[in-house]
Design a protein. Sequence first.
Lengths: 363, 245
Amino acid sequence: MSYEINDVKTEINHGKGMNYHVHDIRAEMKKLEEEGEIKIAHLIGPYREEEVMYGIKKRVPLDMHYQHKSCGQCANLPGVPRSNFYYRDKLGIKYYNDMQQTSCTAWNYHASGLGNLVQLASVAARNWHRAYEEGYNFTIHCVTSFGNYLEMRHLLVGNKELRDSVKKVLAKLGRELVIPEEIIHDSEIAYALRDKILASADPKRLEGIKGLRAVEHYGCHFFKQVSDDIIGGKRPIVVGGLASTLGVQMEEYSKWFMCCGFGFRHILVNREFTRSAQNIKLKAIKQEVDPDMILVNCTGCGTTFDKTQWIQKAVGEDYHYPVVFYSQLAALALGAHPFKEAGLNFHVTPVEPLLDKMGIAYN
Amino acid sequence: MSEETKNPITEKIENTKGGHFYKEIMKDFRIKESLHGCLNCGTCVANCPAAAFYDYSPREVCQMMIEGDEETIEEYMKGKIWNCAQCYSCKYRCPKENSAADIVMAMREIAVREGLAAEALAGYTRIAKLVLTRGNQLAPDMLSPDAFPDWGPRMIELSSKKMEMREELFEGFPGMNVVDRAWAAEDYTIYEMQKIWEESGALEKVGTVFPFLVDIVQEDMEDKAEEMDAKIEEKKAKLEASKKK
Ligand code: SF4
Ligand code: SF4
C-alpha cells in the first residue's frame, strides 16, 4: 500500500489533546539559562520550523552546519558523509568538517557498558562546545549520536548532580557546558530543505527517480530512545517526506517499527541474531512490497540492511534491495556521480540495477 | 523530569527488599525515570527483538526490579542483560513508560564494574582500544573480509580496493581518507578525550576488563602530557578572560 507522507501527520500522531503529559525541554532549558545554570548555543542564521510531539516547534537551522560525523559511516559507508557535504556544496550551505571532534562513543557504551554517564555526557558537551567556539550550529550525521545527544541533553537538563560533574570535567579542559538549542539530525535538515533540493535538482535525474518504489526504515535511536523531539510526532516522516518530494513512491510494510537487528554488540559478536531479525524485516518487505530500494537514515541500520542480505541465501532467501541513505538520494537528485560523489560503490548489496533503472551511468 | 523527582514505587522497595545487585542498580538515577509500575501486559515483549530469539524478557526486567527479586536480577546480571539490542522498542511502546532498555544499560555498567563482563566483552578489545587511542570507534581496516565472511563476496573486493576508492571519494576533504580510524582527529583532541575518560572514572572501569588498555592509554598520555597540558592551560586562561568580559 502506498501512502502520502501527510497521512501520518495526524493529530493523534502528534499527541495533541494529551497536553497533561507535555514535556517541553526547551522551556526547561530557558529556565536554567536564566538562572545561569547552563549556557545555550542559540541557533545561528535562518531556520525552518517543523512540528514535533504535542505540536511543539523544532527549529531546523538551514545554514552554518557543524558536521558532527559518524564513525560507522566514515569507516564503512563513506558515501554518506560525502553526500552530506555534496548536497550542502550544491545548495551553497556553509559547513565545517572539524578534525577536533571525537566520536560520541555511544555505540561503544550501548554495546559494552564501558564508560559511564559522566564520561558520555562530557564527550557530548566537548563536541557541542567545539561547534559553539567555532560559531556553527551543531548538526549530527549519525542516529546513534543523535539519540545519545537527545538523551544527554535530557539528563543534563534534569539532573544537577550530573551537570555539576560534567562541568567539573569540562573545566579541566578549559571548556564550559553549552547545550545546543536544538539537537538536529542531518536527515531532519535534508527534510527541511526538501523544496530547495527539488528546485535545484537535475531534471533528468528527477525523471529517473520518479515512480521508484521504496520502503523506509528509521534507526531505533532516531525515534524510540527519546521520542518527543523528532519531526512528524510519534512516527518519523523525514526520509519518506524528502523522498516523496523528489518523486519516490513510498510504500507501507507491516514491520516498519521493528528493530533492524544491529543491536550494537550483536553486529560484532552475535550476528546470528542480527541475521534472524533482518530476515523477518526483509521477508515482510519482499512479500508486501518488493521495492526498488530501502531508504534509511541510520548508520547501524544502513550497515545491517546492506551487509545482511547476501547471507540470507543460507536460509533459502534471495534478497537484493539496494540500501540508500536519504542524503545519497538527495545527492543523486542534485547530479552527483553515484560512485565518486555519492559513494554507492561502498555498499555490498549491488546498487547497479537501481542505477540502471534510474538511467544513471556509473562507469 | 524535575530535579527532585521521587518515585514512591522504587522507594518502597528500596527500603524493604532486594540484595546487593538490586541496591547497586537503584543507585543509578535513570531508574527512577524507568519504572512506573507494571501492568504485566507484555506489550514490551511483543515488540522486543531480543525476546523473539533469546530467553530474555523486558517485562521480566521491569518486574524483577519492582519486586526486588535478587535471584532473577542475578541471572540477568550474569548473562541475560547482554541479549538486549538496546533498541528502546520497549520504552517506546510501554503504556507505563517503563524503560527496560535503560535498566539494562545501568546493569551493564555495573556488570563491567564488578568484573562480570569479561566473557561478554571478549572480541571487543579493538573497538575499546580505538576509542581510547584514536577518539573514534571504527576504522575501515577493521572491516576485513575474514572477520565478516557472512557479508559476502563484495567485501573482499571492497577491502582490496578501499584505499583508491576512498582517495577518489574524499579528494579535497582533508582528514577523511584514512583507514586506521574513521577520521584523523587531532592529537590534542584525542588527549582531551583521554582526559575525559580519566577524570570521569571511566578509564579505571575499563581496567576491570582490559587492564593492559589502561597502561597503553596512560603511557600515551604521559608522552604527550607536557605539550598538551600547556595547550589546556592556554585554553583555561582564555575562558577565564572571556568570562570576565
Ligand atoms: S509494556 Fe510496560 S507495563 Fe506492559 S509488561 Fe512491559 S513493562 Fe510492564
Ligand atoms: S531495548 Fe532491549 S529489552 Fe527493550 S525492546 Fe529492545 S531488545 Fe528488548
